[in-house]
Design a protein around this ligand. Structure first.
Ligand code: NAD
Ligand code: MG
Length: 385
């Protein structure tokens, strides 16, 4: 029996994880659930899964939740308690599915305590890949990728000779604006950016998918997870999102993982690894799909992908700065204070204004993150005035 903490339980990944857990009550038990402030959703989850602990980061939300749920469930609040429930001795497995930089410290806490970490929160690797990978190694933790592309690559590398690995190919749908004209991108609204053609996801990652920054973050994530330089990562636009990624070997073989675009597949794979369990995802019908298409990414139209490659090549705190500036820009865009095409400008400008340092300790990373947020906000503010 695996015992679970789900960080970000009310989000898109959290709910998909709970759906897989729901199908295998003999294998998985929920010990702790966390959320920022979605009281109604959390009350429903508590009723169904009866966790021992709940963390609502927002204090008012914790108070409201206490009126609605079974008194046996311990309700905690404040972000420090995310680290606590990620470290509980009775927990074997932690799903890291908080969005953004807020996911870093609890993910690190899980790694420090030797947990099996199912990593959806790609931002923690982008911010501090070196620190997270070292923490995993030093504490005997296990890191299993949930991001569908990385999960696909993990599956294609499994049991193969790493010495024969030539490169990995990350597939990308191209997002909702792949076929739009450059000039039309000026008028993109948040709801258009959040309407992904193939995947249903949280708002932040949906905007990242629309700018192709999501693929940029994934390039960085892949370099850390699979110990590869960015030159060995190729991005392939594949609009159908059926091939989730590929691996190329020196004998000319390309191995790919295919499936319907549904996050319950990588979640079930990582939960059960090295076994396989059912996920509830329907069988892929190749006859219905008929064809698979591939294109080069357009870096002129989507500069965020170029910026991510550049930041990874710069190394050190550059990727933490890229991530922080992106989070600020996306939030401003979602609040209609920044246009879609300005997002890469904020990131490029922030990268050029911040000093890049070695990123081998957490303190340096957190300082770079904080400073980059200030610079990005300042730049947006100047733009608006
Ligand atoms: P989401 O917005 O749907 O859910 C985010 C969750 O985090 C919610 O439970 C929310 O309550 C919690 N949260 C938000 N801000 C928080 C804060 N400051 N402190 C603590 N908790 C907070 O997001 P999502 O789409 O589920 O994505 C989660 C993570 O998984 C992201 O890092 C994303 O990049 C990654 N991911 C998502 C998908 C997907 O299909 N949704 C695929 C691959 C990777
Ligand atoms: Mg992905």
């Amino acid at each position: 029996m695996q015992t679970l903490t789900i960080l970000g339980a009310t989000g898109s990944i959290g709910l998909s994880t709970l759906d897989v857990v729901r199908q295998h009550p003999d294998k998985y038990q929920i010990i702790a659930l966390t959320a920022h402030k979605s009281v109604e959703q959390m009350a429903k989850l508590c009723e169904e899964f009866q966790p021992r602990f709940v963390v609502m980061v927002d204090e008012n939300a914790a108070e409201q939740l206490s009126q609605k749920i079974n008194k046996n469930i311990i309700i905690l609040t404040g972000k420090e308690n995310l680290n606590k429930v990620a470290s509980l001795p009775e927990v074997t497995t932690v799903m890291a599915a908080i969005v953004g930089a807020a996911g870093l410290l609890p993910t690190l806490a899980a790694a420090k305590n030797g947990k099996r970490v199912l990593l959806a929160n790609k931002e923690s690797l982008v911010m501090s890949g070196q620190v997270l990978i070292n923490t995993v190694k030093e504490n005997g933790a296990t890191l299993l990728p949930i991001d569908s592309e990385h999960n696909a690559i993990f599956q294609c590398l499994n049991g193969q000779d790493r010495k024969g690995l030539e490169r990995i190919l990350l597939t990308a749908s191209g997002g909702p604006f792949r076929t739009w004209k450059n000039e039309d991108l000026q008028r993109v609204t948040p709801s258009q950016a959040c309407a992904h053609p193939n995947w249903s996801m949280g708002r932040k990652i949906s905007v990242d998918s629309a700018t192709l920054m999501n693929k940029g973050l994934e390039v960085i994530e892949a370099c850390w997870l699979f110990d590869l330089p960015p030159e060995k990562v190729t991005v392939v636009i594949h609009p159908q999102s059926i091939i989730h990624s590929l691996v190329e070997y020196n004998d000319g073989s390309l191995l790919a993982q295919l499936g319907n675009p549904d996050m319950r597949t990588p979640i079930a794979y990582s939960l059960a690894f090295p076994q396989r369990i059912s996920s509830g995802v329907k069988s892929l019908n190749l006859f219905e799909i008929g064809r698979l298409d591939f294109e080069q990414p357009n870096l002129q139209k989507f500069p965020c992908l170029r910026l991510a490659f550049e930041a990874m090549k710069m190394g050190g705190t550059a990727t933490a700065i890229l991530n922080a500036a992106n989070e600020i820009a996306v939030e401003m865009f979602l609040n209609e204070k920044l246009s879609f095409i300005e997002i890469p400008n904020v990131i490029e400008e922030t990268l050029s204004r911040c000093k890049i340092e070695e990123a081998t300790d957490l303190k340096t990373v957190l300082k770079a993150d904080e400073h980059a947020r200030e610079i990005a906000e300042e730049f947006c503010h100047d733009r608006n005035n």
